[in-house]
Design a protein around this ligand. Structure first.
Ligand SMILES: [Zn+2]
Length: 296
């Protein structure tokens, strides 16, 4: 009897489509563990093709003072059509560690990339009035270079809003930055409305760590940067960035997420595919909401 019910339970688990998707998403994130960012470009392109998209690779001359001139590659997909665009973005590059090896770069930021691809798959089925441009940036870790180069090459004339994702590997709490200028207020408001509507735990940060969003807000575009973390970590991070001297955190305390990103600790053990799925669904809903609001 016990054996039979265990077997029945196991059969149910195997049959569960949610679990199959989780395994899939986990494998997709793990595929980004590569010895170079060039190899990561190939992974982005392959995953987009496998999802039925026809990505283009836009090369640029990047690099910074430390690296010297270095070619970079942004990977781009468009969905639908319209005179105005909403951009959904995440960087796929990983940092080089002090010992010369590459960080696995999964929490930062392969999990976001896979989440954005999931969002793209959802958005492809929607009737939207904006063209959606998915951009997976290179060289964020060298100083937002892929994003800056994209803006320099294309301009922002037709860009109505930008949604960026950085650090979305685990946890059920969505983080959003509120420091991208007055032009971005309607984007953060759309995020807040969605959080309320979905009863999603969200935390807004008056000060939020920089990602490619800063390249866009510096150029005047409306933009929000999103991420995911566990609830405690999200609040500790809020206090670390926004709590001032009297933030109540222990002397020298560093939130867990900052101990693991840009280190050898940013590994698949940290990644929860449920967060990747949640991020994908939520990002798609944010874009859909912005599309509707901007079309009124
Ligand atoms: Zn990052």
């Amino acid at each position: 009897m016990l054996f039979r019910s265990l077997a029945a339970a196991a059969a149910l688990l195997v049959a569960s489509p949610v679990m199959a998707q989780d395994l899939d998403l986990r494998a997709q994130v793990a595929a980004f563990v590569q010895p170079s960012n060039e190899a990561r470009t190939a992974v982005v392109v392959a995953q987009l093709r496998a999802a039925g998209f026809a990505p283009t690779v836009e090369t640029f001359t990047g690099g910074n003072r430390q690296t010297g001139e270095m070619e970079g590659r942004n990977v781009v997909v468009t969905i639908g059509d319209g005179p105005r665009e909403i951009l959904l973005t995440a960087h796929y590059d990983a940092v080089k560690l002090r010992d010369g090896t590459m960080s696995h770069g999964v929490v930062d930021n392969a999990a976001s990339v896979v989440g954005v691809i999931e969002a793209a798959k959802i958005l492809r089925g929607k009737a939207l009035t904006h063209r959606i441009r998915i951009i997976l940036f290179d060289q964020e870790e060298l100083g937002l270079i892929g994003a800056r180069q994209w803006i320099a090459a294309h301009g922002l004339t037709n860009v109505a809003a930008v949604v960026n994702s950085d650090v979305a590997g685990y946890g059920d709490t969505m983080m959003y930055g509120q420091n991208n200028g007055a032009q971005s207020a309607f984007v953060t408001r759309a995020v807040q409305e969605l959080c309320a509507e979905r009863a999603l735990q969200c935390v807004g940060y008056p000060e939020y760590p920089p990602s490619d969003d800063r390249a866009f807000s510096a150029a005047g575009a409306p933009v929000v940067s999103l991420g995911f973390q566990d609830q405690i970590g999200a609040h500790q991070m809020w206090l670390a960035f926004n709590g001032g001297e009297a933030n109540g955190l222990a002397e020298g305390f560093v939130p867990q997420v900052f101990q693991l990103i840009h280190s050898a600790e940013d590994t698949m053990e940290r990644v929860d595919p449920a967060t990747v799925a949640l991020a994908g669904a939520t990002y798609a809903a944010v874009v859909e909401r912005l599309d509707a609001q901007l079309s009124r």
